[in-house]
Design a protein around this ligand. Structure first.
Ligand code: G3P
Length: 217
């Protein structure tokens, strides 16, 4: 499973990239706003910090406008992945861009039929939003299960990029289902490493090591 960081915070991306565990980055207009940074500038910096796909989202709603914005965004770096909304214009744009060899992430997916359309449009990634689905009384993981089955039924190459992840449980279930990518807030990536018994184990080993009076040198 690939791990993407769902953030536009450079310090977090730098730190996660240094662990070797980071496979890419996703951003959206809200995350750009939260960072307080210039969109083009911060996207360029992020693209230099990872070799993996960096999703940058268009804001136009019509196909021609999306194509114009995609043209600007894809010049930033070779690893830019154009993020388009799951609308008919977004799907048309996805089709045109992927035919041209550009990576496309189709975002704001809330149904398996939407995911089916994105795959037919040649999407590189489909982004089902599990947290927001849960928030609205649905089961985000059922959505991932349905998409996995449909994509496997027809051998679609589109990768399932689980988005709107809120906690490690979402990551575990996504991995069990066989989702291809999990994009997570940096806090959730760090939480994956935490376990109370790991902390207690370290504490016990260090206390005993201290008693030996030895040093590793
Ligand atoms: O990048 C899209 C998605 O991950 C947003 O998550 O927490 O705003 O629903 P959230």
């Amino acid at each position: 499973m690939q791990f993407f960081a769902d953030t536009a915070e450079i310090d977090d991306i730098k730190e996660l990239a240094s662990t070797g565990l980071l496979d890419g980055v996703t951003t959206n207009p809200s995350l750009i706003h939260k960072s307080g940074r210039d969109f083009m500038e911060v996207t360029r910096e992020i693209c230099e910090l990872t070799d993996g796909p960096v999703s940058a989202e268009v804001v136009a709603l019509d196909h021609e406008g999306m194509m114009r914005e995609a043209e600007v965004l894809r010049k930033i770096a070779d690893n830019v992945c154009i993020k388009v909304p799951l609308t008919m214009d977004g799907l048309k744009t996805c089709n045109a861009l992927t035919r041209d060899g550009t990576m496309v992430n189709v975002t704001l997916c809330f149904s398996a039929n939407q995911a089916l359309l994105a795959a037919k449009a040649g999407a590189t990634f489909i982004s089902p939003f599990v947290g927001r689905h849960d928030d609205n009384g649905f089961d985000g993981m059922d959505l991932i299960r349905d998409i996995r089955q449909i994509y496997d039924n027809y051998d679609f190459d589109t990768e399932i990029l689980v988005a709107s992840i809120r906690h490690p449980g979402h990551v575990l279930e996504s991995a069990l289902i066989g989702a291809d990518v999990a994009t997570m807030p940096p806090k959730v990536i760090r939480q994956l490493a935490n376990h109370i018994l790991t902390d207690k184990g370290i504490e016990g080993f260090l206390a005993d090591w201290e008693k030996t009076g030895q040093k590793i040198a």
